[in-house]
Design a protein around this ligand. Structure first.
Ligand code: C2O
Ligand code: CU
Length: 534
């Protein structure tokens, strides 16, 4: 469906957006260009006009061997205003880690811990939206202690800092760190507070391309105001649908590739939009890893549905293309997204005849058998109980079983929707009865296996450890997981961030009952400190 931004506004977002899904929008009279942006079309970015780049890699400021012999890398990032060259004749202000959108990539290995210092030097008020929004940082994909998990209400105000401790004890995977500040996650993330974090291990290093051929692809959409700044419109909290697709912060970039196998870590960092990625020539890609790392077996797919916060690692084999050929990564879109003229394209690969070393055995390898993991060995009889989470719109709020984060706040952060013990295996049925929207549901702390969707097997590309489930229109997705290793309270929420903020988020506890003393209290155990670091 194609629409102008005014169409979307006029139909009042939510109800109508739902109702028109797949049927086409009612075209209003006298509506102008097909765009969400209000920027003069001559200044708008155009597809394939810019070179692909990767975010810089963040180096530790120091690495120290801890008392237990484990290496601890100390990182420091500062949240601050920066600017990006996206539109003609203006710099677009962003909020970024180190002022960059996306922020710098972290590269680390299983078995090394990180201490991740985040300094909030953002303006106290958002310059265009005016809200006062302190931040919280979530390392998405990490089993961190609750006080380091980016609990929404555990905030770091401007002028404060917080040290987050990350165990990096899990298997290799693509994680990402992003803002999680209560009620302002969507805008904070939209304006740039997101970045990838790569955890390596031996199995993954042997099987998959590394370094130059291990490529982060962080996809996000954006829309521009008349002055070239980022515009924000979430259509009454239904979602933001930008008309420009950014990859690693560049609009529809072009990447030069050599004739070998590449690994792409595809992260959808759009706050609402979901994609259906496919190559324009119809060739399949090989999916090797999901949110929680390697799949048991590689899967070849012609296209895949990819919601906010999901990560899929795919291999693309450029050996079979001739130098000079262009391969385009397309977006075939999904129901209940709003599409514009160029949102069907993502980026392009230009095949070159540049040399590379064939001593690197991954150059022509498309491995089939990969690696299993705890989550993927869980079976239904292991489950101690089954719970149902209803994802629904109630009294103009998004809710989970009728609950919101405000209910959690009002309970003094005691209310939980589930209270498994450490080590318990449970099945959760994630139910979306509406045809008007989809919900990417994220469960913190755990990796889960998708058992089925509406009683049918998961998609091929979902047959790996996951922490976000695409709960599509009228879908019930059953997932199974083991809780642990930590005790305490963790969030569960929709990763369409305007939904999350209003207010589709609640919590569960592991090995803890309301009223009990909690040594890992997410807000009290490690609060932010005044930043006098200069
Ligand atoms: Cu990626 Cu609770 O978030
Ligand atoms: Cu949602």
């Amino acid at each position: 469906m194609n629409a102008t931004r005014r169409d979307v506004l006029k139909i009042g977002g939510l109800g109508m957006l739902g109702a028109v899904g797949g049927v086409g929008l009612p075209w209003g009279a006298g509506l102008g260009a097909k765009s969400a942006s209000e920027l003069d079309p001559s200044r708008m970015p155009t597809p394939f006009g810019t070179e692909f780049t990767r975010p810089p890699v963040l180096r530790p400021s120091r690495s120290i061997r801890g008392a237990d012999g484990v290496w601890v890398d100390h990182y420091s990032v500062t949240e601050r205003t920066g600017s990006a060259a996206l539109v003609a004749g203006a710099r677009t202000p962003v909020w970024g880690y180190e002022g960059l959108a996306p922020g710098p990539t972290v590269n680390t290995r299983q078995g090394r811990r990180s201490v991740f210092r985040v300094r909030n030097q953002l303006p106290r008020r958002h310059p265009s939206l005016g809200y006062e929004g302190p931040t919280s940082v979530h390392l998405h994909g990490s089993a961190s202690l609750p006080q380091y998990d980016g609990y929404a209400s555990d905030v770091t105000p401007s002028g404060f800092y917080k040290d987050y401790h990350y165990p990096n004890a899990q298997r290799a995977r693509t994680l990402w760190y992003h803002d999680h500040g209560v009620h302002h996650t969507a805008t904070n993330a939209y304006f740039g507070l997101f970045a990838q974090y790569h955890l390596h291990d031996r199995a993954e290093t042997e099987l998959l391309p590394q370094g130059e051929f291990d490529v982060p692809l962080t996809v996000a959409d954006a829309m521009f105001a008349a002055d070239g700044s980022l515009a924000y419109d979430d259509n009454s909290t239904s979602g933001l649908w930008g008309d420009v697709i950014l990859v690693n912060g560049r609009p529809w970039p072009v990447m030069k590739v050599k004739r070998r196998v590449y690994r792409f870590r595809v992260l959808n960092a759009s706050i609402s939009r979901s994609y259906r990625f496919a190559l324009d020539n119809g060739d399949p890609v090989t999916v090797v890893a999901t949110d929680g790392g390697l799949m048991p077996r590689a899967r070849q797919v012609g296209e895949w549905r990819h919601s906010s916060a999901e990560r899929y690692e795919v291999l693309i084999d450029f050996r079979k293309y001739r130098p000079g050929q262009r391969v385009v990564l397309r977006n075939l879109s999904n129901r209940n997204n709003v599409d514009y003229d160029h949102t069907d394209k993502v980026m392009a690969f230009d095949v070159t005849d540049e040399p590379f070393s064939t001593r690197d055995a991954t150059w022509n390898r498309l491995p089939q058998v990969l690696q299993t993991s705890d989550a993927m060995t869980l079976t239904e009889p292991m489950a101690r109980r089954t719970r149902r989470l209803q994802l629904e719109r109630k009294n103009s709020l998004w809710t989970i079983n009728g609950k919101t984060w405000d209910d959690v706040v009002r309970s003094g952060y005691q209310d939980v929707i589930a209270d498994p013990d450490v080590g318990d295996v449970e099945i959760w049925e994630l139910e979306n009865r509406s045809g008007g929207w989809f919900h990417p549901l994220h469960i913190h702390l755990v990796d889960f296996r998708i058992l089925d969707r509406n009683g049918r097997p998961p998609f091929d590309y979902e047959r790996g450890p996951k922490d976000v489930a695409y709960v599509g229109e009228n879908e019930t997705v059953r997932v199974i997981m083991r809780f642990g290793p930590h005790r305490g309270r963790y969030m569960v929420h929709c990763h369409n961030l305007p939904h999350e903020d209003h207010d589709m988020m609640t919590q569960f506890s592991v090995g803890w009952r309301p009223g009990q003393y909690d040594p890992n209290d997410p807000m009290l155990a490690a609060p932010a400190q005044v930043d006098t670091l200069g």
